[in-house]
Ligand binder design. Structure first.
Ligand code: NAD
Ligand code: UDP
Length: 312
């Protein structure tokens, strides 16, 4: 029987590469598209000799042409770290708009199931807590984070339009802060930043007073949720993340303790429009996917720190 073929855009990135690994181990054929703007060949080197894995260097903001059958298109290509999307706002907007259009076009052409990697950022600086899928969000479209938030909101709208008009079988996953091995050492996001700083004995840079909150999901839990969502025909958005909420100061102190770091905490200005609180309501995922995260923060950080120690 023919193996099912999955196209993963952004497959050489942090989440995308873990997804490629998992899909290959489950018997899929994987075609990974990436332009390496933030991803690296190292993330997929373990797959390079696998006959079911094909890598194509391609910028998804230009037309995507793939030969043969495609059963699933998983669209993960986007700048994702605030540091990256503040540096590349136009590329970010183009990945979310043109990139999503091209990826949806591929799914339409191949009659494939389409999954959009959306984000908790579509809720902006939320006024509803925890965030449920029914909340429409609180986004500053002209602020510095608007390039990311609005690109993903547009991507969600386009996905729903392709679903309604072209009858594409679509999924939208709103991913909350996910971390783990293969995040770039200096990615700029809080978990890799704090681990890098701790291991190097550098000051830990807490923005603002560190009272803002995030809820951190380990990569293996997220990938499990993604595969369950793919298998389940739910077209409306679904939150995936770990509902345990921490302040950023708590995270900094925990990492100093876990790495026995000599680092001290320094307070830096809070970036513009930095969301004050974030916690997913995962009631829907629990109900329809029978999914909830299994890895607690200490366990996930232990694995992530071990990987950072090897790669620093
Ligand atoms: P990442 O930066 O590691 O991965 C993104 C990948 O997309 C990289 O390999 C990059 O090179 C590639 N890419 C970007 N623009 C491209 C383009 N135009 N053409 C081809 N490839 C391109 O980030 P990540 O954390 O793995 O994020 C992956 C996806 O998940 C993104 O869509 C992001 O918005 C979403 N997401 C991630 C998180 C998280 O906490 N990690 C949270 C919410 C949403
Ligand atoms: N943050 C911080 N120090 C850092 C990096 C990030 O205090 O060195 C804070 C940031 O201001 C935000 C939270 O950590 O409140 C999470 O930031 P991240 O960049 O990981 O992603 P976000 O959740 O904001 O998209």
């Amino acid at each position: 029987m023919r193996k099912k073929t999955v196209v993963v855009t952004g497959g050489a990135g942090f989440i995308g590469s873990h997804l490629c690994d998992r899909l290959i181990s489950k018997g899929f054929k994987v075609i990974c598209l990436d332009n390496f703007i933030t991803g690296t060949p190292d993330n997929i080197s373990q797959l390079s000799k696998n006959k079911d894995f094909i890598f194509i260097r391609h910028n998804v903001t230009t037309f995507i042409k793939i030969k043969g059958n495609v059963d699933y298109v998983l669209h993960f290509a986007s700048l994702a770290s605030p540091r990256d999307y503040l540096q590349y706002p136009i590329q970010t907007l183009k990945s979310g708009s043109l990139g999503t259009h091209n990826a949806l076009g591929l799914a339409k052409e191949k009659k494939a199931v389409f999954l959009l990697a959306s984000t908790s950022e579509i809720y902006g600086d939320p006024l509803v807590h925890p965030q449920t899928e029914t909340y429409w969000g609180h986004v500053n479209c002209v602020g510095v984070r608007g390039c990311y938030d609005e690109s993903k909101r547009f991507a969600e709208a386009l996905t729903m339009a392709y679903h309604r008009i072209h009858k594409i079988d679509t999924r939208i996953v709103r991913i909350f802060n996910t971390y783990g091995p293969r995040m770039r050492l200096q990615d700029g996001r809080v978990v890799p930043n704090f681990i890098y700083q701790s291991l190097k004995g550098l000051p830990i840079t807490v923005y603002g007073r560190g009272e803002q909150t995030r809820s951190f999901c380990y990569i293996d839990d997220l990938v499990e949720g993604l595969l369950r969502l793919l298998a389940r025909g739910v077209n409306s958005p679904v939150n995936l993340g770990n509902p345990r909420e921490f302040t950023i100061l708590q995270l900094a102190k925990l990492l100093i303790e876990m790495t026995s770091a000599k680092s001290r905490i320094v307070f830096k200005p809070l970036p513009e429009d930095d969301p004050k609180q974030r916690q997913p309501d995962i009631g829907l995922a629990k109900k329809i996917l029978k999914w909830q995260p299994k890895v607690c923060l200490a366990e996930g950080l232990t694995k992530t720190i071990a990987w950072f120690r090897e790669n620093i």
